[in-house]
Design a protein around this ligand. Structure first.
Ligand code: GLA
Length: 721
C-alpha cells in the first residue's frame, strides 16, 4: 500500500516515533520520545514537531544542517561516522538513499529507498509492538547494480537521540563475571562497543541504554537498544559537536566478508529498540514482555520451567552410571524436575582433550548406552537433558581424523590454542550436514531426551574458511540453521544457550533457544550482580541460575546455603553441586527453596521486575505480578554495614491503594544470631497488614544483617486472602 503521507508516526503505549518519509528525499527521524497525541492527522502534528525542532544553521558550519538520514550515507555530506560504508569497483559508494515507497502491513512499516543510480535498494522495516513499545528494526540491502558491491559496514539504522539522553549504561565483564553494569556520561567523540570474539561475548554485550542524568529505576526517560545477533558486532553512540547523539548498531564484518553480487541481498540482524519515560525497570519490563510474547517457544512457554539438576560441578568428566543414578535419587528427593547430564558422556571424552565432534555415547562408561540412566531418571519423575557442543572438535576425535580441513583457521598460521578445541567450519555444507546427521541420530535413538544444553566454549580467533575468506557471518547463520533444523525435526526439544556461561546471550539466539546459562560462576554474591545486569534485557525465566557447592569452584569463596538458594531462586532455578556430600541441613534448606520457587515461579516467570537503585554493599529488587496482587522482594546484604543500622526498604511498584500482608519468608533460619526484633519476628510468622502506599513511601526498617545474608519478603493483597 502506498502511503501518501510524508510522515510515519508509530505510537506505542508511552512512546512515539515520527519519521519523515517524503518521497524523493532522505528518510530522517524527526522525533522519538514520550507519546504525543498526533490526533487524526499525524502529518500536521509531525510538521509541527519539525517546525518546533527546526535547527538553525550553526556558526562555522553549512548554512543548512546536513540531515541525519537513516543510514547516514557518505553522499549526504554527513560528517560523523557513516551508517553505510560500501564500495563498488573500489570506488567509494557515495550516493544518497531517497524514499521511493512506504508500505504498511499491520504494525510493520517498510520504507523502501533507492540511490540515484538505482544500484542499491534499501528497505528499512519497523515493527512496533503496541503493548511493550518495542520497535524491532531490520534493514535489507539489495545490490541492484552491475558487479559486486562490497559492504564494509551497515548499521541497522542511524538513530538520532535527544541530547538530553546524556548518560549511557553499558554491560561489560569477562568469563564468569558477565553483565557488569556501568553508567557514565556520554562524552563528545564516541562510545563504542566492538566484539570480535565470534560469539556474542562475555565482555561486550550488544545492548545499551541511554538515559537522562536524572533517570532512575522508577522514573525518567530512557532508550534501550539490543542487537539480536550472536556473532561479531559493532555499536556506537557518537556525540557530535552540535550536541546530537547518533546511535548505530550492526553486525561487524571482516574485510571482504560481505560482498553482494548483482541481485543479492544482505539482511541485518534485528535491532530491538524501546523508549520509555518511566524509568529503567519499566524499560526492562518492556523487553521481558516482548520476549514472552514473541520469542518464547510455544512448547516451552506453555509449561512451568522445571527445576534443574546439572551434573557438571558434581562429577566433571568422572562419569559412571552408578554415580548418575545416585545423584538422580537425591535430586528427585529434593524436588528436582529435570536432570541434565553435562559434559563427559560421549566417545573418548574422559577429559577436555578428546571427543568433541563424535556425538555417540561412550560405551566404555555406559555399556548399555544412556537408556538405563534415562529410564532411571524418568522413573524418578524427572525429565532428561544432555550437554552437547556441536560447533567444536578436538584433534583427538574421529571427526577431526577424517576431516582435518573442516575447521576454521588462518590458513598460514597455527591454530590459537583454546581449551584444546577447534571450531568446525559450519559454512561448509558437508561439515554442517555431518553434525546435523550426528545430532539427529542421537535424538532419534534417544527420543526421551527433552533438553539440550548447547555449549560453545571458545572464541573464534581466526574466522576464516580453508580458502582464506572470512566467514563469521555465514558461520553464525549456519549455527542458527543447525539449531532451527534440529528443532524442526525434534520439536519437543528445549535448548539452553551456553557459551562458557553467558558468552552467547542475545535475542538472536533466544529466538531459537529457551534459556541462557547466565554465568559459569555459581558464586552467589557475584551472581547477585550478574543476574541484576542480565535483567536489563532478559526476564528471570531465561536466566539459568543454579545453587553451586558451598566452596565456589571458580572464586573459592565459601557461602552459606541460604544465600546460594535465595540467589538462585530468582531465575530458572536449579542446582549443580555434589549432592552425595551435601550436609543434611543444606539439603533441607535447598529442598525448601525448591518448593518456594515452585510456589512462586508463575509470579517470577511472568511478573514485572523492579530493581531498587544500585548501592554498594547491598542488592535490592522485587518481582510484582501484573495485577499487583502478589510480589516477592529480595534484599541481600553483601558487605558489612557502613553504618550501625541499615536503611529503609521501599517496596516500589506495589499498588498504593491495596492492603497487603507483608511476610518475611526467607531465610528459614539465620546463619548468624537472628537480627530480628519482636516486631520483625511477627513478620516472619503471621505477617503484617499494611497499605501499599505506606510500604512505598514510609518503607520498612531493615534489620542489621550479617554480610552474605539474603532476606525475602512476600506480599499478598488482602482481597485475595
Ligand atoms: C562450559 C559450561 C559449563 C560446563 C562445561 C563443560 O564451561 O559453561 O557449564 O558445561 O562447559 O565442559
Amino acid at each position: 500500500m502506498q502511503d501518501p503521507s510524508p510522515y510515519l508516526a508509530l505510537h506505542g503505549k508511552s512512546s512515539t516515533l515520527i519519521i519523515s518519509v517524503e518521497v524523493g528525499a532522505s528518510p530522517t527521524i524527526c522525533y522519538w520520545g514520550p507519546r504525543i497525541d498526533t490526533g487524526s492527522t499525524p502529518e500536521n502534528a509531525a510538521k509541527t514537531v519539525r517546525q518546533l525542532r527546526h535547527r538553525h544553521g550553526a556558526q562555522g558550519g553549512p548554512s543548512i544542517e546536513v540531515p541525519v538520514s537513516l543510514s547516514c550515507e557518505p553522499g549526504t555530506g554527513y560528517l560523523g561516522p557513516n551508517g553505510l560504508e560500501a564500495c563498488r569497483d573500489s570506488a567509494i559508494w557515495a550516493h544518497v538513499l531517497k524514499v521511493k515507497t512506504v508500505e504498511q502491513q499491520k504494525n510493520t512499516y517498510s520504507i523502501v529507498c533507492t540511490d540515484s543510480e538505482n544500484s542499491l535498494k534499501v528497505t528499512y522495516k519497523f515493527e512496533i509492538d503496541l503493548t511493550t513499545d518495542i520497535i524491532c528494526i531490520q534493514t535489507i540491502f539489495q545490490n541492484t547494480g552491475k558487479g559486486a558491491l562490497q559492504i564494509n559496514w551497515a548499521s541497522v539504522l542511524c538513530i538520532v537521540l535527544q541530547s538530553e539522553l546524556s548518560e549511557i549504561i553499558s554491560f561489560s565483564g569477562r568469563w564468569a563475571r558477565e553483565f557488569q553494569t556501568t553508567r557514565s556520561p556520554l562524552q563528545q567523540g564516541g562510545f563504542f562497543i566492538e566484539n570480535r570474539r565470534g560469539r556474542t561475548s562475555h565482555d561486550r554485550f550488544p545492548g545499551m541504554v541511554l538515559c537522562h542524568k536524572n533517570t532512575t529505576e522508577n522514573g525518567g526517560a530512557c532508550f534501550g537498544v539490543h542487537l539480536g545477533w550472536s556473532g561479531n558486532h559493532h555499536m556506537r553512540v557518537e556525540t557530535l559537536s552540535d550536541g546530537r547523539n547518533i546511535m548505530q548498531a550492526g553486525a561487524l564484518f571482516a574485510p571482504g566478508e560481505m560482498s553482494l553480487n548483482s541481485g543479492e541481498t544482505y539482511e541485518t540482524p534485528k535491532l530491538y529498540t524501546a523508549y520509555t519515560p518511566n524509568g529503567l525497570s519499566a524499560l526492562s519490563n518492556s523487553y521481558h514482555d516482548y520476549y514472552r510474547e514473541y520469542l518464547t517457544d510455544q512448547h516451552t512457554g506453555k509449561n512451568p520451567r522445571p527445576i534443574h539438576y546439572n551434573s557438571w560441578e558434581a562429577i566433571y568428566f568422572d562419569h559412571t552410571p552408578e554415580k548418575i543414578k545416585k545423584l538422580a535419587d537425591i535430586a528427585a528427593d529434593l524436588g528436582v524436575e529435570r536432570f541434565v547430564l553435562d559434559d563427559g558422556w560421549f566417545k573418548g571424552r574422559r577429559n577436555d582433550k578428546a571427543g568433541l565432534g563424535d556425538w555417540t555415547v561412550d560405551t566404555s562408561i555406559y555399556p548399555d548406552g544412556l537408556h538405563p540412566i534415562i529410564n532411571h531418571i524418568n522413573d524418578k519423575g524427572m525429565g532428561f537433558g544432555l550437554w552437547v557442543e556441536p560447533e567444536m572438535v578436538n584433534e583427538d576425535s574421529d571427526f577431526y581424523r577424517d576431516h582435518p580441513d573442516w575447521i576454521l583457521g588462518a590458513p598460514l598460521e597455527p591454530q590459537i590454542e583454546f581449551r584444546n578445541q577447534y571450531v568446525i567450519d559450519l559454512s561448509r555444507p558437508e561439515a554442517w550436514q555431518n553434525i546435523f546427521n550426528q545430532l539427529d541420530a542421537l535424538l532419534t535413538e534417544y527420543p526421551k531426551i527433552e533438553y539440550l544444553k548447547w555449549d560453545m566454549n571458545r572464541d573464534i580467533n581466526h574466522p576464516y574458511s580453508h580458502t582464506g575468506h572470512a566467514v563469521l557471518h555465514k558461520q553464525t547463520h549456519s549455527v542458527y540453521k543447525l539449531i532451527d533444523s534440529i528443532r524442526a525435526k525434534h520439536p519437543h526439544i528445549e535448548i539452553e544457550s551456553c557459551a562458557s556461561g553467558g558468552g552467547r546471550a542475545d535475542f538472536g539466539i533466544l529466538e531459537r533457544t529457551d534459556r541462557i546459562w547466565t554465568s559459569d560462576s555459581n558464586d552467589a554474591l557475584d551472581r547477585q550482580w550478574i543476574q541484576r545486569g542480565a535483567s536489563y534485557f532478559f526476564p528471570l525465566e531465561v536466566m539459568g541460575s543454579h545453587v553451586g557447592p558451598a566452596d565456589c569452584k571458580i572464586t573459592h569463596r565459601h557461602l552459606p546455603m541460604s544465600l546460594r538458594a535465595a540467589t538462585a531462586l530468582f531465575g530458572h532455578m536449579g542446582a549443580e553441586a555434589d549432592l552425595t556430600s551435601m550436609t543434611e541441613r543444606d539439603k533441607n534448606i535447598l529442598k525448601t527453596a525448591f518448593s518456594l520457587h515452585k510456589n512462586y515461579r508463575s509470579l517470577l516467570h511472568a511478573g514485572d521486575i523492579i530493581r531498587m537503585p544500585a548501592c554498594s554493599g547491598e542488592n535490592n529488587f522485587g518481582v510484582i505480578a501484573k495485577d499487583r496482587k502478589t510480589a516477592l522482594f529480595s534484599h541481600t546484604r553483601i558487605d558489612s554495614l557502613k553504618t550501625t543500622m541499615p536503611g529503609l526498604f521501599q517496596f516500589h511498584g506495589l499498588d498504593p491503594s491495596l492492603q497487603y500482608r507483608l511476610k518475611l519468608i526467607w531465610p528459614i533460619e539465620f546463619e548468624t544470631p537472628s537480627p530480628l526484633s519482636a516486631e520483625t519476628t511477627d513478620l516472619a510468622s503471621t505477617g503484617y497488614e499494611v497499605q501499599g502506599d505506606l510500604l512505598i513511601k514510609v518503607g520498612l526498617q531493615l534489620p542489621p544483617l550479617a554480610p552474605q545474608t539474603c532476606v525475602i519478603f512476600s506480599l499478598t493483597a488482602l482481597t485475595d486472602l
